[in-house]
Ligand binder design. Structure first.
Ligand SMILES: [Zn+2]
Length: 447
């Protein structure tokens, strides 16, 4: 079967995409048609000088248009929670038992021994090349920052952000256990982050510990981190309650702290798994506090299904994810992202937001109806990252689009979309994925 290819779209300053289907919730402005039962609108899209010039009713496009034959069109994806600095170390440092502590311990050993600037740079580059080829336009990465790593990794992050400017919007947020912020390195890290134009983040656990009952001095430590951010006008992004432990109740504490201190920046909390295990009353109280504090939540379903509920010889009994539907129905912005990729926290992954959408839809029942859930992979994370033109089909915005041969959500979610076409500024890019062999020398993989 003939597929739409490069030659159809290459280097035309003005053309139409005819007979497309797009999610109504991603079309800004008036809809060019009536959404079907999957939320899809059939339409034509005009591309002029690399930008979206019109989304028009089906049949508007003139002769000579590129015929998508009903195929889906998505805005470029936004991946708001990743760990590019950890990515792809799996071959040299696999997780011994698939547990969270196994992941943390293995990563610490690998980091201490191997994370030179060159090592971090090459693995981050590989991850970004994957994301680029899959159609991702913006990525936020956490940067492991426990001394002495901050001084090594943040300059690499800055260089990568500059090198990828105009292709992938890259944001960086620090990651360090809470107790390390009590030391002088807390101030130093906040300065490094501020200097880099980054976001201040921590994991709400102690160094070497898991996400369990809040440790003594939790509130003092949390307040210190908030004040480090506020003194420098930084946004915050935290790893929160990443366990099924009922004692892991950091989320509501963070919400109350943000309120009490009058935190004005953007604040995102990731994971929040244990919320799904809490009694209803506590859930209600937490959701109210999170909404009140204006916190955005990001869920990482692939990584959490891998890590949570894992015990050797015992079948996992829960999906490991937070209360996505309940959060959304309180009006709380919910993003869904990829998280770790081929490292001890998640053995798999390919920086592919379409895979994240497919997996998340199945894991969290983001269907019947799909509703606004497509925004969680696109416009909601774009908003969190402060990117007004990304993650939506918007007139005047760059034509950064992902075109699929799949015509319906059902087709898209049932088959790998490896044959996707990615447009950047209206032009098809090379979607070849980097070869794993490129990292062999770094990872000590057998020939
Ligand atoms: Zn993470």
């Amino acid at each position: 079967m003939k597929r739409l290819g490069f030659a159809d779209i290459a280097d035309r300053p003005h053309y139409w995409l005819a007979d497309a289907r797009a999610q109504a919730c991603l079309i800004e402005g008036s809809l060019p048609g009536t959404p079907d039962f999957e939320g899809l609108v059939r339409c034509d899209i005009e591309i002029r000088d690399g930008r979206i010039a019109a989304t028009a009713p089906l049949g508007t496009a003139p002769a000579g248009a590129v015929d998508l034959r009903g195929g889906l069109v998505w805005p470029g994806f936004v991946d708001v929670h990743t760990h590019l600095d950890k990515g792809h170390i799996w071959p040299r440092s696999p997780n011994p038992d698939g547990s969270f502590l196994g992941a943390a311990g293995t990563t610490l050993s690998d980091r201490s021994a191997r994370w030179t600037a060159d090592d971090v740079h090459r693995r981050m580059e590989f991850g970004l090349e994957c994301a680029w080829a899959q159609g991702t336009v913006a990525v936020r990465t956490h940067v492991d920052s426990l001394a002495p790593q901050a001084e090594i990794s943040w300059p690499v992050f800055k260089a990568m952000r500059d090198a990828w400017a105009g292709r992938i919007e890259l944001q960086g947020t620090s990651l360090m256990p809470m107790d390390a912020f009590a030391e002088a390195q807390g101030d130093r890290l906040a300065d490094i982050v501020a200097d880099a134009g980054g976001i201040l983040g921590c994991g709400t656990r102690l160094n070497g510990g898991a996400h369990e009952a809040l440790p003594p001095g939790f509130r003092e430590l949390l307040e210190r981190i908030f004040r480090l951010a506020m003194d420098r006008g930084l946004d915050m992004d935290l790893h929160v309650d990443e366990s099924g432990d009922l004692g892991a109740k950091a989320l509501i504490e963070i919400a109350h702290m943000a309120e009490r201190l009058g935190f004005k920046g953007r604040l995102q909390c990731g994971h929040c798994c244990s919320l799904a295990m809490q009694p209803d009353e506590f859930v209600t109280e937490t959701l109210r506090a999170v909404a009140q504090a204006g916190i955005a939540i990001v869920s990482l379903p692939m990584c959490n299904m891998y890590l949570q509920g894992r015990s050797t010889g015992r079948t996992p009994r829960w999906r490991g994810i937070t209360l996505l539907h309940e959060l959304r129905s309180e009006g709380i912005p919910v993003s869904i992202a990829s998280d770790n990729c081929r490292d001890p926290f998640y053995a798999f992954g390919d920086h592919d937001m379409l895979e994240v959408m497919t997996q998340a839809t199945r894991i969290a029942h983001l269907d019947h109806p799909f509703g606004d859930w497509p925004t969680s992979f696109t416009s909601v994370p774009a908003e969190v990252m402060g990117l007004a033109d990304h993650g939506r089909l918007k007139l005047g915005a760059p034509a950064d689009l992902v075109l699929l041969s799949a015509r319906f959500m059902s087709e898209m979610l049932s088959r790998s979309q490896a044959d996707r076409i990615v447009l950047r500024g209206g032009r098809a890019i090379d979607t070849s994925l980097p070869d794993y062999r490129e990292l062999d020398g770094l990872l000590g993989a057998p020939a």
